[in-house]
Design a protein around this ligand. Structure first.
Ligand SMILES: Nc1ncnc2c1ncn2[C@@H]1O[C@H](CN(CC[C@H](N)C(=O)O)CC2CN(Cc3cccs3)C2)[C@@H](O)[C@H]1O
Length: 160
């Protein structure tokens, strides 16, 4: 969970958010891209959406799956809190998964509130797609597994 320094830089983040945009992705549908070079360890963007409790998240997950939104824009913060970016969310919801990711998603505590911030794992070039490891739980039912299209040499073959 975040430190004082991250607290300050979260304020900086809102002031000096890294310029990113969404565009068609070679991995899946839409993706998020850096518009300028980003250095390793820099904060890039917050994963913003509705903060909902676990039971609400379960209900919405079922509804999204039924209404064909497919995998949803739900991001788990901890065992009781989920961020849902489906209806109200920032463009970080377009970030795709990669088995050799350029970024990482970290939970940092700001004023007692856990927030999700995307950081660069390494130097990122302008126009490079931003990705992070979704760290989905391993799906036991083979029929439910999502093939991974990241194309990384170390690709594990599946998202879950
Ligand atoms: N390495 C990968 N290999 C294969 N598939 C991937 C990968 N990495 C992301 N994925 C897909 O992307 C979803 C995560 N999505 C990230 C952005 C997505 N690219 C988008 O355009 O919305 C958000 C969910 C919400 N869903 C709405 C939909 C839009 C079109 C079809 S379903 C997508 C995931 O749940 C996956 O289904």
């Amino acid at each position: 969970i975040g430190t004082e320094s991250e607290l300050l830089s979260l304020n900086q983040l809102t002031k000096r958010k890294k310029p990113v945009t969404f565009a068609r992705s070679a991995i899946h549908n839409w993706g998020l891209y850096a518009l300028e070079p980003i250095s390793a360890k820099e904060m890039i963007i917050e994963y913003v959406g509705e903060r909902i409790r676990q039971p609400v998240a379960e209900m919405r997950e079922k509804r999204y799956l039924k209404s064909g939104i497919g995998s949803s824009y739900l991001f788990r913060v901890d065992e009781s809190t989920v961020i849902d970016a489906t209806k109200k969310g920032g463009i970080a919801r377009f970030i795709n998964h990669c088995c050799d990711p350029s970024c990482t998603a970290k939970i940092i505590k700001v004023g007692g509130m856990k927030r999700i911030v995307i950081y660069a794992l390494r130097d990122i070039a302008a126009n490079e797609e931003l990705t992070y490891d979704y760290k989905f739980e391993r799906e036991t039912d083979d029929e439910e597994r999502l093939p991974c299209l990241c194309g990384a040499p170390n690709c594990k073959g599946f998202l879950n």
